[in-house]
Design a protein around this ligand. Sequence first.
Ligand SMILES: [Fe+2]
Length: 311
Amino acid sequence: MSSSSAPQTSSVARFIGRHLDKQFDWHAFPRSAGYPALQRGQMRYIGAGGSPKVDDPNTLPPEHFTLSMIHLPVDHYGASHYHDDCEEIFLMLDGKVTVGMAWGDEVIETFLGPKDMILLPIGRPHGYRNDTAESVRFSVMVGSKQPNMPIYVAHPSQSEYGATFGAAPGKTLKHSPNSDDPRHREFSSYLCRYSQQPVKLHPAGFASRTYVGEGALKASNFREDLIHLPRGVGVKTYCRPVEDAYLVLEGVVTVGWELDGKVVESRLGPKDVILNPAGQPHYFRNEGLEDAQFMLVAGNDPTEQLRFEAR
Ligand SMILES: [Fe+2]
């Protein structure tokens, strides 16, 4: 490698978070200290999310959103809390997690399976729990560079019903998508099931499912599309006035940046993330042996009319 290209490669590498290089932080949430059932690991990729550890030098710089991953052991839970300044999103990666939203002392719960998503709106108390026989992992995105700390409403220090998000026995309702109860209907409006999202075919040769955006969940600061990238397919270099990030779910995705007239590429595997800063010309392609899937998260730009072109 020439000396002139070395700085370029390192500049791209600085915007990649590799799963294999990262570790779960089991002390990310100060309010969990002293409560064994609340212990959970956080792996930070972009910003700090709901943790106060905003000065972690190993995370990428957030603009419109943060991105992290939670590892939740069996029988552990995250106590009911709400956010007063931004939406939050969970994307299920491995296993199956119970999520609940509270309306007063009643809680509606459902399971999220792999690639399912839920949006937690501003002000709505919510919690999560692992009721299964294996640890679960899900990614968390919040729509703010540095969100306010969560406000707990049924922390075990406040409620004897912490594990049921504040609901006393008989006050937990299983989510019923066909119910006329406006709370169930509202809950449905925040759910995105992988199996139920329509698939859009793009002229560039790939497909996508919109999770956050037109005809899907609504968030103030970002949009999300699950990209299905067949082997051999890629897009031409594109540029946005906002940042975008790829979280790889399956396969291998080759990412490229154009820098000073040169191209620098890197390959991402499952649970790797790249953050492409606003204004950075970049592209993606699949030169692997199998199809790939990745979540494309982009800061909101109401004026954007991006059309991907095949390479
Ligand atoms: Fe939350």
